[in-house]
Design a protein around this ligand. Structure first.
Ligand code: WTA
Length: 660
């Protein structure tokens, strides 16, 4: 824990920041809680509404005993996110402002797209979607790399009321199929291929396999629209199914460049985004229109202290919530100019990220601790060679940031000039929840600091009792905020069970935290069976399920391990089918690993396979993960009581297979 004095906001922000003192933050925070109707009503008035709300806020109930959990904001209003993120700016004379500074995977000249051009592209795609029968409430799956057409595709859906489900284009065919089978779209928008670092991937090949698996599972996608990425294979080599597939360029480019907006109820669904939970298959977190719009836009403005001249760059992919809220929606709702980067920050060298910062004069940079740690490992020289003078504010998201990485980001990357906003939030929360405001909050390295406007956190002990003052326990939220999820797609029961059953009357985050004597929050990681790998959520049950599909494996137990770059890694204990001796041939390990990559995707690749002739189980057959976690993290000196195991001797056997 950091004991030195907090870092105060830089003087340069005192005059210009939207919130420029602790007192101003406190006042605004208090008002957001005491008078939410006025607070959010005033903010929302700056946006375009086809019809105004009759009531901005309902006192939503988080207690299942008092009836179903139903969240509503801006009741009775009608709006459209695409209109607010694009048309509104063009109408206000900002059509010539650059929206996207696109930088491809390979170093090159890059290209630009203005808000006026974005509007045309969005309208053409929306017209195509309408021509194949897509409209209000239709599901659309998007499986694309980080090119400008990805946010364009999301906005085209939003324009006509279609519900997008973006699947990160690093997920396997099987994961894609699972998501398609859950949301059952008639159309998928995709891309011929992508180059990620030195590797070229045929995305269309993966999509073909995914669509076939979906057919086998009982759902046929009838339209597959393919954007041709010129950096990849020639068009003639892209695998093709004539009666289903169409080229984007053939179908979209010739469409009319205007398209009427479909006005939508404030609570109509905007998108689904699948994320891992502690059990079962990934769940479709569903967000709605108006509340999400106001949440994403308001946090973007205050947390990055966004000013008109800023050049913003978020390194996240739109396949994750960070790319939804802080690439597509938040920045565009403010007509921000942003970098869209298709590659990886360390390709071709670790200088790439700083080269892009200088090339586009990036002032707001938002990235993840895992990226910071991997860049830090390459040394300071590379960073120092770049000017970085344009940088003003640095952001981080995805996992707790360790103090060492925080200091390096602050001192080396930001030359000690740039406040760091460590933003804690989740797919479910839609927008930042606990975060500093750069002009107002004194920073403590490693702490996400204080709640954003309208957010009321609490710390509970395991009995669900609220703890006062400095305390450590489970992080929960006490009342509804505008951008919170509304349900899990098609499964209200799972929604209520997952978030509102643990502690009656509270939204359960799944995270542990500590609150210090200054009321600062320090996130301590997931308390459920979710592993946070490089800031991405992977369910232990998903990896176990993938391992057991391999014919070699009878049983698997997966736990998090500490990892110097990824934050957490995936540690898998594996028991093999009868007839194998331990340790088995190296080929067995390779086959297990490739099975997980095939079933989920490379992000779920186990970092370690530990052979387990037996697993530590209670007499009732439950695996004692506590023991496995200790073994994975080399803490076997503190295994605790193992006498309740059905067979305590398995522990010794397990330990004998470490590093084998
Ligand atoms: C973790 C990503 C500590 C946390 C936006 C949360 C963090 C999960 C932080 C959500 C942070 C995210 N400090 N932990 N600043 N940001 N997390 O849904 O465990 O992909 O529950 O959303 O990431 O991950 P998700």
């Amino acid at each position: 824990m950091e004991t030195s004095k907090p870092h105060p906001p830089p003087d340069s922000l005192a005059k210009t920041a939207h919130v420029s003192s602790e007192q101003q933050y406190e006042d605004m925070y208090k008002q957001s809680i005491a008078e939410p109707e006025k607070f959010w009503g005033d903010i929302a008035s700056a946006f375009h509404w086809k019809k105004r709300w009759s009531q901005p806020v309902t006192r939503s109930n988080f207690d299942m005993n008092k009836g179903p959990i139903k969240i509503e904001w801006f009741i009775g209003a009608e709006t459209n996110l695409c209109y607010n993120a694009v048309d509104r700016h063009v109408k206000n004379g900002l059509g010539g402002k650059v929206a996207f500074l696109y930088e491809g995977n390979d170093i090159g000249p890059g290209s630009q797209m203005t808000y006026g051009e974005v509007l045309e592209h969005v309208c053409k795609l929306a017209n195509y979607l309408k021509s194949i029968g897509i409209g209000k409430g239709s599901d659309v799956t998007i499986y694309m790399p980080m090119i400008p057409e990805l946010p364009i595709a999301m906005l085209a859906c939003a324009r006509i009321g279609a519900v997008h489900s973006v699947v990160f284009a690093g997920f396997s065919a099987e994961s894609l199929a699972g998501r398609i089978l859950d949301s059952r779209p008639t159309v998928i928008l995709t891309c011929s291929g992508v180059k990620r670092g030195p590797k070229a991937l045929s995305l269309k090949g993966i999509v073909d396999e995914g669509l076939q698996k979906a057919v086998d599972g009982g759902h046929k996608v009838t339209h597959c629209l393919v954007y041709h990425h010129r950096d990849c294979m020639p068009q003639s080599e892209v695998p093709w199914t004539t009666d289903r597939d169409s080229w984007w360029h053939d179908c979209v480019d010739g469409q009319a460049a205007t398209c009427d907006v479909t006005w939508l109820d404030a609570e109509a669904p905007l998108f689904k985004l699948y994320t891992s939970g502690s059990t079962g298959k990934p769940k479709g977190v569903q967000h709605s229109q108006a509340g999400y719009m106001i949440g994403a836009a308001t946090t973007f403005k205050y947390v990055f202290d966004y000013q008109e001249k800023d050049v913003y760059w978020c390194t996240a992919d739109c396949g994750w919530i960070t790319g939804h809220s802080y690439v597509t929606y938040g920045p565009m709702l403010h007509a921000a100019t942003q970098v869209i980067f298709e590659g990886v920050p360390t390709y071709p060298t670790a200088a790439r990220i700083w080269g892009i910062v200088d090339k586009y004069q990036v002032s707001l940079l938002y990235t993840a601790p895992t990226a910071i740690r991997s860049l830090m490992a390459k040394g300071n020289e590379i960073v120092k060679k770049a000017s970085r003078k344009s940088l003003r504010i640095l952001g981080t998201v995805g996992e707790p940031i360790n103090v060492e990485a925080w200091k390096w980001y602050n001192e080396v990357v930001g030359d000690g000039r740039c406040p760091i906003v460590d933003t804690w939030w989740q797919t479910e929360t839609g927008a930042h929840m606990i975060t500093p405001l750069p002009g107002a909050t004194p920073l403590k390295p490693g702490s996400a600091t204080k709640p954003f406007f309208g957010v009321v956190p609490a710390v509970l002990n395991e009995n669900g009792k609220e703890l006062e003052g400095p305390a450590e326990g489970y992080l929960v939220i006490k009342q509804a905020w505008p951008s919170m999820l509304r349900t899990l797609a098609g499964d209200q029961e799972r929604f209520e069970k997952t978030y509102f059953e643990h502690f009656k009357g509270y939204y359960f985050t799944g995270d542990g935290c500590r609150r210090d004597e200054d009321g600062y929050y320090w996130l301590t990681g997931r308390v459920d069976d979710v592993i946070n790998v490089s800031g991405h959520r992977i369910g232990t049950a998903e990896v176990e399920g993938a391992l057991t599909t391999c014919h070699l494996c009878t049983e698997a137990a997966v736990v998090p391990m500490e990892h110097p770059i990824k934050g957490q890694g995936i540690y898998a204990f594996v028991s093999l089918m009868e007839g194998h001796s331990y340790p088995p041939d190296e080929k067995v390990r390779q086959e297990l690993i490739s099975t997980v990559r095939r079933v989920i995707g490379p992000i779920a690749t186990p970092d370690k396979i530990h052979w387990a002739p037996g697993l530590p189980k209670t007499r009732s057959g439950k695996i004692m993960r506590r023991i496995l976690r200790k073994i994975a993290n080399r803490e076997e000196d503190s295994l605790g009581d193992i006498s309740t195991l059905a067979d305590p001797s398995v522990v010794e056997v397990l330990l004998s297979f470490r590093d084998k």
